[in-house]
Design a protein around this ligand. Sequence first.
Ligand SMILES: Cc1cc2nc3c(=O)[nH]c(=O)nc-3n(C[C@H](O)[C@H](O)[C@H](O)COP(=O)(O)OP(=O)(O)OC[C@H]3O[C@@H](n4cnc5c(N)ncnc54)[C@H](O)[C@@H]3O)c2cc1C
Length: 249
Amino acid sequence: MECNRHYAPRIVAFGPHMLGPVLLKFGSDQQKNEILPRILSGEDWWAQGYSEPGAGFDLASLKTRAERDGDHYVINGQKTWTTLGQHANKIFCLVRTKQDGKPQEGISFLLMNIDLPGIEVRPIRLIDGGHEVNEVFFSDVRVPVANLVGEENKGWTVAKYLLTHERTNIAGVGISMQALEEVKALTRSVRRRGCPLIEDPLFAVRIARVETDLEAMKITNFRMLYTAQKQGQPGPETSILKIKGTIIN
Ligand SMILES: Cc1cc2nc3c(=O)[nH]c(=O)nc-3n(C[C@H](O)[C@H](O)[C@H](O)COP(=O)(O)OP(=O)(O)OC[C@H]3O[C@@H](n4cnc5c(N)ncnc54)[C@H](O)[C@@H]3O)c2cc1C
């Protein structure tokens, strides 16, 4: 495996951790029984097919089409920024199943194998030379209608639910806490003007600030779990976690 400084955090941030809660809430019994154990065992690696060229922040403008043909959908279009798609054996995608009306009301959430005929995963080389993200092309890809999560044209609700979990993951509180411990250990051995760097008051204040922020985020994480248990889904605190977590990361 190539060295990539983005790699480790992304493994924990994507795919299974987000699809699991989605299936628990919206999946059919068959999907839960078949897919969840394989997520737990690590047999399946799910990539996320949301973004498209021209559909990033304005995700609802996505254009990848899924047209009904009997008990299958036929998929045509393109996804982009697909994290670690080169390692995935599965992909969940937002697809357009209705052309007219409000854009959000014509989107469906579809599961598929990433090695189906007509799917091509191409690497995007990042400025640091790393290969973390990909483009995924779909031409006449046939996917069973049974692979729909939730109802046809109701995928926007599923997509938003998934994003609440993605925000919490991206916050990376645990990873940042671990990194902070490493910094503290390192700065006990690094010396400045004869003293351990960690004893430098200005440096210690900076460490303490980050540590305080991380403690607050840990508590916010617990609040998110409490809300999810009580109300059936996470609340707006996931957005706080994502914004603050991204800054600390
Ligand atoms: C490391 C990484 C991994 C990713 N992995 C995945 C993945 O696995 N799967 C996936 O589906 N996506 C993935 N993404 C995509 C990510 O979710 C998108 O980058 C995000 O949705 C933003 O889209 P964009 O980059 O196309 O930005 P754009 O939508 O082009 O926006 C660019 C800028 O324009 C601003 N802007 C956009 N529209 C408006 C508007 N109407 N008014 C005012 N300002 C506007 C935005 O605020 C932003 O600052 C990944 C991205 C990154 C960086």
